[in-house]
Design a protein around this ligand. Structure first.
Ligand code: PLP
Length: 511
């Protein structure tokens, strides 16, 4: 079908489309291209295995070395030195505060939090978006003749800032982020409008997130604009969560969490653990599934949702139905009705049946609903559990975890903490569970403060809420959030939905 032998005689791992297993492209091609031409997502043709012996050797490595160890196996057209450079630059001590980019904090016997928010924007998106620009620039060099990449992003909040921070001043790239004018939190808007860097552009769109996302997709498909930016020596690329280069770095922290528990003696060699993951687009939890496939001792993956519980229903009944009320919750990064990365799970679970997957996805696009067969559902249920909670329960959980476990968590993490607690209460042979903690509580300070101190009054001033939260809980405000209050706002451009292509041409220097 395709040449699997590299120039030096080694076997080269190729990437397929979830809608066509006969496609075979290199890792750099998959990362540079972002999405496959047939609408499918890129997945590796097989999952490299990590033996028990190798896992044991990872326990004594630091995060950067663990990252290189995992990434090398997938990036078959990168040299070991290139991978190590990418990992070292991304997970540098200057970028991530604390002892490790992904520390594990154990709160009560059997339950720990894997904190993924010590990066520059205080959300777990940094774990992938600090390394993606490095992977992407290497990939572009390998596949094309030195074109500059223009990265377009539509964001509902966290991704935009993390992508800006990841790509700022990265040679050979420019980044343009569109956010919905009235659809992001005050803190998120401030974070984006004050962004530093000589290659960054931020524009508010008059509309909601869907308008911004639709606009970006249209521009990607517009031949005229593509031609114009090509004349300026540029090509489009994408930093959204369907890019393999964003999923791959996330596999690392699942391994890292197990290794940290092994290092502390909490788990023995080969001992299985559960992960409970606050989920939106299914990217984070899918990386956990891939870690398990590689040989990490994982028993169950518990998928936690907020009131937008489309995934809870799917993982329990096999019916995916997006025709339902959309809730704007206090865990906004999980307010999603179409979880794109689920397609990758279905491809794998069906034994790589691209035709069946395409059928379901076409049904979803046409009717908003599909139902998987009984055998597929059985396989999914053997691996995944699912639960959800609403905003009131989320706030109650923030307060309970703070009072009983003396641990302060953000609303997304609290959703997972709650679902985890309910799961463990019913589970007869509970194993060690790692709750994936995806954002700093300070990123959502008003809601967190309101939960732990119902009578607190900060008016409408988010920075006052930040200060009060810190004084009350005696926890430290992340530096980047403290600094935000004094940062000048650099960007104030607003455009209509139809004005987005004009903004792209301006960023490309064409208008
Ligand atoms: C993006 C995000 C999530 C959801 O992650 P997915 O990969 O989309 O499932 C959860 N919590 C926070 C804070 C996020 O930013």
């Amino acid at each position: 079908m395709w040449d699997r032998i590299g120039t030096k005689g080694e076997t080269v791992l190729k990437y397929q489309s979830t809608r066509n297993s006969r496609i075979g492209v290199s890792a750099s091609q998959a990362i540079a291209q972002g999405i496959c031409g047939d609408g499918g997502l890129f997945v590796p043709e097989e999952f490299p295995q990590v033996t028990e012996e190798e896992l044991k050797s990872m326990v004594s490595m630091d995060y950067r070395a663990r990252a290189s160890f995992i990434l090398e196996r997938y990036l078959s057209d990168f040299t070991a030195q290139e991978v190590a450079q990418c990992a070292a630059g991304a997970y540098d001590d200057a970028k991530f505060s604390g002892t490790s980019p992904a520390p594990v904090v154990t709160v009560s016997s059997g339950v720990s939090f894997l904190e993924l928010w010590h990066g520059p924007t205080c959300a777990f998106k940094d774990m992938a978006l600090q390394i993606l620009p490095r992977l992407l620039t290497h990939s572009l060099k390998k596949i094309n003749e030195g074109k500059e990449a223009l990265i377009l992003v539509a964001t509902s909040g966290d991704t935009g800032k993390a992508a800006l921070e990841g790509f700022r001043d990265v040679a050979g790239t420019r980044i343009l982020v569109f956010y919905p004018q009235d659809g992001v939190s005050a803190m998120q808007e401030r974070q984006m409008r004050s962004q530093e860097g000589s290659n960054v552009f931020v524009v508010a769109v008059q509309g909601n997130f869907d308008d911004a996302q639709t606009g970006v997709k249209k521009i990607f498909g517009d031949e005229e604009i593509r031609r114009k930016i090509a004349e300026s020596g540029m090509m489009f690329s994408s930093a959204n969560s369907i890019n393999w280069g964003r999923l791959l770095p996330q596999i690392v922290y699942y391994f890292s969490a197990w290794c940290d528990l092994a290092a502390s003696g909490a788990v023995k060699p080969g001992e299985k653990i559960d992960f409970c993951v606050p989920t939106g687009n299914f990217g984070d939890i899918l990386a956990g599934y891939y870690a398990k496939k590689m040989g990490l001792p994982v028993r169950k993956l518990i998928c936690a949702s907020n009131a937008n519980n489309v995934l809870t229903e799917f993982l329990t009944t096999g019916v995916y139905d997006r025709n339902r009320k959309f809730y704007a919750t206090i865990s906004p990064s999980m307010d999603i009705l179409v979880s794109s990365n689920l397609e990758r799970l279905l491809y794998d679970i069906t034994g790589r049946d691209g035709d069946r997957v395409r059928g379901w996805m076409e049904q979803l696009a046409r009717t908003g609903r599909y139902q998987v067969d009984a055998e597929t559902l059985r396989k999914i249920r053997a691996l995944f559990s699912a639960g959800f909670c609403d905003d009131a329960e989320t706030k109650e959980e923030i307060r309970r975890v703070y009072e009983e476990e003396h641990y302060l968590c953000d609303p997304h993490t609290a959703v997972a903490a709650r679902v985890c607690r309910e799961f463990r209460a019913k589970d007869e042979e509970a194993v060690n569970t790692v709750v994936v903690s995806t954002a700093s509580p300070y990123k959502f300070a008003p809601d967190v403060l309101g939960a732990v101190s119902p009578n607190a009054d900060w008016g409408t001033d988010v920075f006052r809420a930040v200060k009060m939260l810190s004084e009350l809980t005696k926890t430290e405000v992340p530096e980047s959030i403290a600094a935000l209050q004094k940062k000048p706002l650099r960007f104030s451009d607003v455009c209509s939905k139809d004005g987005m292509s004009g903004a792209v041409l301006r960023a490309a220097g064409r208008a």
